[in-house]
Ligand binder design. Structure first.
Ligand SMILES: [Mn+2]
Length: 562
């Protein structure tokens, strides 16, 4: 299948004299200067210079972990051993990465380190009071809470009074009084600005780095966890996060931990070619999957990578298998909703089904919201008395704001502007459902902003040009990957089939090929006369140990009015 978009949805950027000047000032190829001009045109020259050469020492220096960071350091230094340590984590990739990092750091000063990951279906979000009550009985001397806990001072205070050492490393926003002095969370000091937005794994890693908790040489081999969690939690890719992701990806390419090496193997990802897209589209879904539909322990075990090779590969195969199951469930529900919307059976925006597994609903909701550019709530029962739901809204809406308005009727709720979740008692559900339906109806959706694309033919991009553009990455949230456009009339285009069963095809543009994977040549021929141009992106490929550039077709751009 070939994806299409309209010419009016694009903002086509043409190189000009200012691009040449900028390239000169930054001593970089014109293509990199053009990409910077297109995506960061408003920034001053020093900001752009720093973007090309991020200064890690300066970035981590400007991260302020506040008094919590100092208090946690003092506690760390006050003891020679923390006895039996329990790490309390969370079930997504940031939660399990920070759990593994905490275990590996606290092992340096502990008799024993164990972990507990709550189950999404049983324990809900964040710290669970019932579980914490049992902690003293487990012979625990020290509790390390990661990726949650900021708003649970009251619960933690009870344990502290029983003589248990408490550390919290979190990045969630503050909504309750913080009385435990050793809560490390950059959100407690938001005045320092954008650099404070980091994932929980990065909070712990940066604390250990800044405060010299463990040797920096040791932390250099743990930065892969921060990289995975930064991408998984969709953190804005400012310079500090870019550095963490970049260092982490280099580690995964050259000297990965056993579990990651095995996982990349199973996913048939060639390590030296690892990209941020591999992580976000393939690796992270596998790490997230167990927490969504089973217990997250499989993810922790895979990242810890203990045991024989056979054990490590078994753990990783578990992840891949569970992710396949999650994918099937997600696809089936998405298809059901697709059909419902297209046949007019689903006119409502709040959808409920007794049999939907709650763990995959947020993924489905994101997909439906993006595809139809419309708000959606998906809900399903958990046990007999509770309904859980997930809410997605397009640009123009405020998901968490909507839940705030009906919060008195909810058991629990949270989230951010585009995505939020809640639980509600079965008695309150009919009322909540109708109110949500009414509020979603009222959202005024903003028209989607035009997507910037740079006008250049593939034959005009060299490997060194592309390397310089890659230096502007890693790409992702707040730093989108640049898109490239070539007009169909730029050169005579020829369409060919390729691959086994001719399942793929390519378009010849001058001396270059635009590769269209899983697209039949006949599909392109069918729309060819309606096409104005092509959107594509370059990719480095290795062929017999030779590096070469490939060009991947992303969209056919349709002429105006067709
Ligand atoms: Mn997190």
């Amino acid at each position: 299948m070939i994806q299409t978009c309209s010419l009016s949805s694009l903002k086509i950027f043409h190189k000009s004299a200012s691009t040449t000047n900028l390239a000169h000032e930054l001593s970089c190829p014109e293509l990199a200067a053009g990409v910077l001009e297109m995506l960061k045109g408003d920034e001053d020259i020093n900001t752009l210079r720093e973007w090309i050469h991020p200064d890690f020492a300066k970035q981590i220096e400007s991260l302020d972990l506040g008094t919590g960071g100092k208090e946690a350091k003092a506690l760390w230094e006050a003891k020679s051993s923390f006895g039996n340590v329990l790490v309390y984590g969370d079930y997504d990739t940031d939660g399990i990465s920070s759990t593994v990092l905490a275990m590996e750091i606290f092992r340096n000063k502990a008799a024993q380190v164990r972990y507990f990951i709550p189950r999404r279906d049983v324990h809900g979000y964040g710290l669970n009071a019932g579980v914490l009550e049992k902690v003293p009985g487990w012979g625990c001397n020290t509790l390390v809470v990661v990726d949650c806990g900021t708003n649970d001072s009251e619960m933690l205070e009870i344990l502290r009074q029983k003589g248990i050492n408490i550390f919290v490393f979190d990045h969630h926003s503050v909504s309750a009084p913080v009385t435990i002095p050793t809560i490390v969370n950059p959100c407690l000091n938001m005045e320092a600005g954008e650099v404070q937005k980091i994932c929980a794994t990065a909070v712990l890693w940066c604390w250990a780095w800044k405060e010299n908790i463990v040797p920096r040489k040791f932390l250099q081999y743990e930065v892969d966890l921060a990289a995975l969690a930064t991408i998984a939690d969709c953190m804005p890719l400012h310079n500090l996060n870019r550095s963490l992701v970049r260092y982490g990806m280099n580690l995964m390419r050259n000297n990965p931990r056993r579990g990651i090496s095995a996982l990349l193997d199973c996913l048939k990802i060639n390590r030296p070619q690892l990209t941020e897209e591999h992580l976000s589209m393939r690796v992270i879904p596998c790490l997230n999957a167990p927490g969504r539909i089973a217990t997250a322990d499989a993810g922790v075990r895979a990242l810890l990578g203990a045991g024989s090779n056979e054990v490590v590969y078994n753990n990783v195969n578990d992840l891949v298998r569970i992710n396949r199951k999650r994918q099937t469930w997600t696809d089936n529900i998405a298809k059901e909703i697709d059909n419902g919307i297209l046949t007019g059976k689903f006119t409502h925006k709040v959808l409920f089904h007794d049999d939907w597994p709650i763990g995959v609903l947020s993924g489905v909701a994101s997909r439906v919201c993006a595809q139809y550019n419309r708000p959606i709530v998906l809900a399903a029962p958990v046990g007999a008395k509770v309904i859980r739901g997930t809410l997605r809204v397009p640009e123009g809406g405020d998901a968490v704001g909507i839940l705030r308005e009906i919060s008195q009727k909810l058991e629990a709720w949270g989230g951010h502007k585009f995505a939020a979740g809640f639980s509600v008692s079965s008695e309150n559900w009919p009322e909540v459902r109708d109110e949500l339906e009414r509020m979603l109806e009222d959202i005024v959706i903003e028209p989607e902003a035009a997507v910037p694309v740079i006008n250049i033919a593939p034959s005009d991009i060299s490997i060194s040009d592309w390397r310089a553009v890659s230096e502007l990455g890693p790409f992702g949230n707040n730093n989108p990957a640049p898109k490239f456009y070539v007009d169909k009339d730029f050169a005579h285009s020829e369409i060919h089939s390729m691959g086994k069963d001719e399942a793929h095809s390519y378009i010849r543009v001058n001396n270059s090929r635009l590769l269209a994977f899983n697209t039949l040549a006949s599909d392109i021929v069918d729309i060819f006369s309606d096409v104005q141009g092509w959107i594509y992106h370059p990719r480095l490929d290795y062929w017999k140990n030779e590096e070469q550039l490939q060009f991947i077709l992303d969209f056919a751009v349709k002429k105006e009015g067709v």
